[in-house]
Design a protein around this ligand. Structure first.
Ligand code: PAF
Length: 301
C-alpha cells in the first residue's frame, strides 16, 4: 500500500491522533529525502521497533550555511515515496518550507559547545538548525521511537542530549552505517562524486580502519591514533582533509588516554562533495557498531 503523504502540520497531527487512539506505536525516521539503502536500513530498523513507520522528507534550510548545497540538494519526493512503499511505510510527512517556517524562527537550539567541534567547526550554525528542525518534527510527529544513522555520529550525540536534557518522551535508536562494497559509507551526497573522486572516496573508511587497528593494538594516545588515520588520508591527494579525530563518544573531546571505547571520525572535501564517516573503536578489539550498541554494552561511563 502506498504511504499516506501528508504536507501539513495539522494533517500530520490528525493522523498521529488516530494512531494513538488505535494504540499504535509510531517509529519515526527523519530524513532530507534522496533516499538510498542507508535510509532504507533505518526504516527497517524502525519497523522492528514500532507498529507503524513514519518518515519525514524535508530539506531543512536552517541547517545549511551560506554557499552550501541547499539549492542543489537532490529532491525526488515521488521516487522516495515509491521506495518507502516497498518498505511498508505508513506515513510520509513532506512539508513545504513555508509550512515548517512560516516566518524566520527566532528560537535557537544550542548544545553547550558540542555543536562547535568536528563538523560544527567548519559548519557554524549547522547543528543549531538540525536541533531546531528535529525538535519541531518531534513535537509534530510525537514518535515513540526515532531512528538516526551512526553515519552522522555527531548529530546522533546531539539529538540524544536534546532528548535527555529536555525529557522528550521519545527513545532514540542509532542504526549502523550502511556501506558500499568498498567501504564507502552511503550518503545522498555521494552522487556529487565523479568517477575518479568515487574511486578515491573509500580512503575515509580505510583511515578509520587504521585508527581502529591502532586502538586495538594498545595505542592509548588520541594524537597517535589521529596520526595513523591521517597517514592513510594523506596517501589520497584528492582529499581535502578537514579533520581526523579520536574523541570520547559522549563529550566529543579527545580523551586524556584511551581506556574505553572512542569515536574515530573523519571529514574531507572531495570534488564538489563533503564526505564524513566514523566508527567506534574499543581497546579490547570488540568494536561496537553504534552509539546504541555502546549503551547496551554499558560502554558509557
Ligand atoms: O540527517 C539528516 O538527514 C538531517 O540532518 C535530519 C535529521 C533529517 C534533520 O534535517
Amino acid at each position: 500500500m502506498s504511504p499516506r503523504v501528508v504536507r501539513t502540520v495539522a494533517g500530520a497531527r490528525r493522523l498521529r491522533r488516530e494512531a494513538r487512539e488505535a494504540g499504535r506505536r509510531v517509529a519515526f525516521v527523519p530524513t532530507m529525502g534522496a533516499l538510498h539503502e542507508g535510509h532504507l536500513a533505518l526504516v527497517r530498523r524502525a519497523r522492528a521497533l514500532g507498529d507503524e513507520v513514519w518518515v519525514s522528507i524535508f530539506v531543512n534550510p536552517t541547517q545549511f550555511g551560506p554557499g552550501e548545497d541547499y539549492d542543489r540538494y537532490p529532491r525526488d519526493l515521488e521516487g522516495d515515496t515509491r521506495l518507502l512503499e516497498r518498505e511498508g511505510v505508513a506515513t510520509v510527512f513532506a512539508p513545504a518550507e513555508r509550512e515548517m517556517y512560516p516566518e524566520p524562527p527566532a528560537v535557537t537550539v544550542g548544545f553547550g559547545g558540542l555543536e562547535d567541534v568536528l563538523c560544527g567547526a567548519s559548519r557554524p550554525g549547522h547543528f543549531a538548525g538540525v536541533g531546531l528542525v528535529v525538535l519541531k518534527l518531534f513535537h509534530i510527529v510525537e514518535p515513540d521511537v526515532a531512528v538516526f544513522g551512526q553515519k552522522d555520529a555527531q548529530q546522533a550525540v546531539l539529538i540524544r542530549r536534546l532528548v535527555a536534557d529536555l525529557d522528550l518522551p521519545v527513545r532514540i535508536e542509532v542504526a549502523p552505517t550502511v556501506r558500499e562494497g568498498d567501504g564507502l559509507a552511503m550518503s545522498s551526497r555521494n552522487r556529487y562524486l565523479g568517477p575518479e573522486e568515487r574511486a578515491a572516496a573509500p580512503a575515509l573508511y580505510r583511515a578509520l580502519q587504521a585508527g581502529r587497528r591502532a586502538v586495538a593494538s594498545g595505542e592509548t594516545g588520541p594524537a597517535a591514533v589521529e596520526a595513523a588515520m591521517r597517514a592513510v588520508l594523506a596517501a589520497e591527494p584528492r582529499l581535502g582533509v578537514e579533520y581526523a579525530a579520536c574523541v570520547d563518544p559522549r563529550s566529543l573531546q579527545p580523551p586524556a588516554g584511551i581506556a574505553g571505547p572512542v569515536l574515530l571520525a573523519v571529514a574531507a572535501r572531495l570534488g564538489g562533495a563533503r564526505l564524513i564517516d566514523n566508527v567506534l573503536a574499543s581497546p579490547d578489539g570488540v568494536h561496537p557498531e553504534t552509539l546504541s550498541d555502546l549503551d547496551r554494552a554499558g560502554g558509557f561511563r
